[in-house]
Design a protein around this ligand. Structure first.
Ligand code: ATP
Ligand code: MG
Length: 251
């Protein structure tokens, strides 16, 4: 059975159809890249999988390990292992990053019938992962993403992903705003999470990220659907030729 199976998905936002019959299958152990022009619906797809409100699914289905994702509340999806690293991470003033991480992680563990982390075990784990990602301890005491630079926000997303150990990771433009060193560190963090039990979807505009996180499959999205899929060489091809060739395929 596939980890994620999306069949003929139609999604509307405020009466306008944004996804027009999108299909995508991700198996356990695979890393898929999604590329495509601005406004083609990449972030919309990631939001719909994670359950962000405001999207109206008018057709099709999304299955995670054969289960109907669209019937689940967003927190249920998270507990089932869906993780989305946002293109624009939200700030949560007044909630320390450390407290947020611990509360979210324990809520997920509880929903899965697993034991909650004790304070010392949790601190040890966070320190270890944050250290690997070059995230300073004082950042963890600050409000979630409050005053974080663009790159710090992205690294914080990778930290969350490493702690939550999701079965499906969706990274929406993780590379935007990262300097070269941070990109390598974040990509190493993501690569460390590659496993045969996990699938990943990496949304990016730049082939460069895919030198660090080498995908098994590359998809091109245009106008609300997947118009071409191929191996990692497809990303190089796109870099050379652009998206114009796919406009007709999507129409
Ligand atoms: N809340 C909303 N209200 C109205 N239109 C929306 C909303 N969210 C998305 N859209 C529209 O849906 C289309 C797809 O947007 P989306 O953010 O999914 O594109 P994208 O492929 O992620 O683009 P980018 O590469 O620029 O991040 C755009 O035309 C956008 O304006
Ligand atoms: Mg986007």
């Amino acid at each position: 059975m596939s980890l994620l199976e999306i069949k003929d998905l139609h999604v509307r936002v405020e009466e306008r159809e944004i996804l027009h019959g999108l299909s995508l299958t991700v198996n356990k152990g695979e890393v898929h890249a999604i590329m495509g022009p601005n406004g083609s619906g990449k972030s919309t797809l990631s939001h719909v999988i994670a359950g962000k409100p405001g999207y109206d699914v008018t057709g099709g289905e999304i299955l995670l390990n054969g289960e109907d994702v669209l019937a689940m509340a967003p927190d249920e999806r998270a507990a089932k292992g869906v993780f989305l690293a946002f293109q624009y991470p939200v700030e949560i003033p007044g909630v320390a990053t450390m407290t947020f991480l611990r509360t979210a992680l324990n809520a997920q563990r509880k929903a899965r019938g697993e034991s909650e982390y004790s304070t010392p075990d949790f601190l040890k784990k966070v320190r270890e992962v944050a250290g690997r990602l070059n995230i300073p301890q004082d950042m963890l005491r600050r409000g979630v993403n409050v005053g974080f630079s663009g790159g710090e926000k992205k690294r914080n997303e990778v930290l969350q992903m490493a702690l939550f150990e999701p079965s499906l990771c969706i990274l929406d433009e993780m590379d935007s705003g990262l300097d070269i060193d941070a990109l390598r560190i974040a990509a190493d963090g993501v690569n460390a999470l590659r496993s045969r039990d996990r699938g990943m979807i990496v949304i990016t505009h730049y082939q460069r990220l895919l030198n660090y996180i080498v995908p098994d499959v590359v998809h091109v999205m245009s106008k609300g659907k997947v118009v071409k899929s191929g191996g990692k060489e497809l990303a190089l091809e796109l870099e050379a030729s652009g998206y114009a060739q796919f406009e007709d395929a999507a129409a």
